[in-house]
Ligand binder design. Structure first.
Ligand code: NAI
Ligand code: MG
Length: 515
């Protein structure tokens, strides 16, 4: 029979290799991580054991991180690790280093995206005994960030388009937005949160951020009891610094969410205190927000709070709410009583990672002062069901009935010609096609037919061709635009082609600045 111990049990590992279920406990994949990872995961397990969590769950170690990268596997994880995570649906992980340069992609990002962990939930709360500008001013901070985790520029879909220009594609999908927003509203409801703020830049990026915002308000209709507001991302950043207490939950796209969540971590004392959960329909990943802290690795100095708080989100996710609240109260009591690791500002007489964990274990059952205390619910048994493996990738769809029609195309051209010289040549080329040149822009700013001579241009233009005859809308397919592409390509280096379409009569592309 397996024991609750995760470390040093060779029998445990052997059994896991065969993929056998060893007991009735809920199994969770565990990756210790690199750097301080093993120290902080082991600190969390110490606390879990003391709180009786390990009577109900069992960690199955998986191989990921530095050692796997070093063995030449560029994904940084073994097939059997991925298989175990897919089978169990839950991963608790320490931080992992990404080799900089070279081909290796971040394991953390790859995992979230590949396994469909579409929402990144982070909790930012003032903690007792952790001094910040706000705690000193008596301003309580307690809010969640729900960040989209799969799409956006984080797709890392990038191209070099000319000698001087590179591009990153920002993909935002309606189902992706819907998934995130519904998760945010459901979570708010479950946590008793009565207001959600959607951060965006829809005033500038009307289509991508516009879609994110539109789907937010659409999702909100299903949750009339929750108040909503939206705010432009830069104003949100300022408000967060000035009045963080006004926020309860904030929904954000991937990159904006990445930046705002680190800003938010700063409000509550730094990355060492912010937990993070990557939630999917089927598979979820729980990890600390900080990295591997190589400077203090192996020295018993690391603060396990961030990972422990992530572990508490995990316990709540699987239904062990009682143990989560008891541990959280003990953690808060420990911090409040001044027991701190060395990274905590103003820590007198800091303790080590192991000693900190031992203190929390000893304080189980104790509670911090009133304003921090967590209610202890009765639910204490895991209710999580591991996913059933789907046979094919799930197709998500939001809009099913749109009618679309081709209006023309944008051709992206690498050239050193001045705008008017290029326009002259392009007008000649398209003269015998159904399209006319309507606009040219450089770096998004219109430079032809009108524009300022002060607009500085680079070696890369966008040339917009639209149907001459409006009556042709709906009567042509994409083939004439491909013929135009071919003709332009006989003279110019066309580095990109983009179809211009309307959907249900609405323009499916943006105008240039100044158009
Ligand atoms: P880092 O978060 O590892 O360290 C930044 C600073 O904070 C260091 O001075 C470190 O000692 C301190 N620190 C971090 N966590 C701490 C803790 N729990 N207790 C006490 N002090 C702590 O960020 P850095 O140095 O930029 O990245 C190091 C490595 O971690 C890189 O390879 C990076 O790719 C990886 N990383 C992994 C993440 C993940 O697994 N989710 C997230 C961020 C970085
Ligand atoms: Mg980040």
């Amino acid at each position: 029979m397996p024991t609750d111990r995760v470390y040093g049990s060779d029998t445990f590992r052997e059994h896991d290799m065969k993929g056998e279920k060893m007991s009735d406990k809920l199994q969770i994949a565990l990756a210790h991580g690199d750097g301080i990872g093993p120290e902080i995961t082991s600190a969390c397990i110490t606390v879990f054991e003391a709180a009786g969590v390990m009577d109900r769950i069992e960690f199955v170690p998986v191989e990921m991180g530095r050692r796997v990268f070093d063995s030449g596997e560029t994904r940084g994880m073994t097939d059997s690790a991925i298989d175990t995570i897919e089978r169990l649906g839950l991963l608790f992980k320490g931080p992992m280093g990404t080799p900089s340069g070279g081909g290796g992609k971040s394991i953390n990002v790859t995992l979230r995206k590949a396994l469909g962990a579409f929402a990144n939930l982070r909790h930012f709360q003032s903690l007792p005994g952790v001094e910040t500008v706000y705690s000193r001013a008596g301003v309580p901070v307690d809010f969640y960030v729900v960040r989209e985790n799969v799409e956006d520029t984080y797709g890392g879909v990038e191209y070099r388009l000319s000698n001087d220009v590179v591009e990153c594609k920002r993909l935002i999908s309606a189902p992706g937005c819907d998934q995130l927003h519904h998760y945010a509203f459901k979570t708010a409801k479950a946590f008793g949160i009565d207001k959600i703020t959607c951060g965006h830049k829809a005033n500038i990026m009307k289509m991508t951020d516009g879609l994110f915002l539109d789907r937010f308000h659409n999702a909100a209709r299903d949750y009339p009891e929750i108040e909503t507001e939206d705010v432009i991302i830069d104003a949100l950043c300022m408000n967060l610094v000035l009045r963080p207490q006004q926020y309860k939950m904030i929904a954000l796209t991937n990159l904006q969410g990445d930046i705002v969540s680190d800003l938010a971590a700063g409000l509550v004392g730094g990355l060492g205190f912010a937990p993070s959960a990557n939630i999917g329909e089927k598979i979820s990943i729980f990890e600390a927000v900080h990295g591997t802290a190589p400077d203090i690795a192996g020295q018993n100095k690391a603060n396990p709070t961030s990972l422990l708080l992530s572990g508490l989100i995990m316990l709540r996710h699987i239904g062990m709410k009682k143990q989560a609240a008891i541990i959280e109260n003990a953690l808060l009591y420990t911090l409040e009583s001044g027991v701190h690791t060395g990274d905590v500002r103003g820590a007198h007489d800091p303790v080590g990672t192991r000693e900190f964990a031992a203190s929390i274990a000893k304080n189980l059952g104790k509670v911090p002062s009133d304003r921090y205390v967590r209610d202890v619910p009765v639910e204490d048994a895991p209710s999580f069901e591991p996913p059933e493996r789907p046979r094919v990738n799930r197709l998500m769809q939001t809009y099913r009935t749109t009618e679309s029609a081709v209006l023309g195309c944008d051709l992206y051209i690498e050239t050193l010609l001045a705008p008017h010289d290029l326009a002259q040549k392009l007008e000649l080329i398209c003269a015998s096609s159904p399209f006319r040149l309507t606009m040219m822009s450089s770096r998004g700013t219109q430079v032809w037919p009108t524009g300022s001579v002060y607009t500085e241009v680079v070696d890369y233009y966008r040339a917009r061709f639209e149907l001459r005859d409006k009556h042709m809308v709906g009567r042509i397919g994409q083939t004439p635009t491909i013929h135009l592409f071919e003709k332009v390509a006989e003279t110019f280096a066309v580095t990109n082609f983009q179809l211009l379409k309307e959907y249900d009569g609405k323009r499916g592309f943006s105008l240039a600045q100044g158009q």
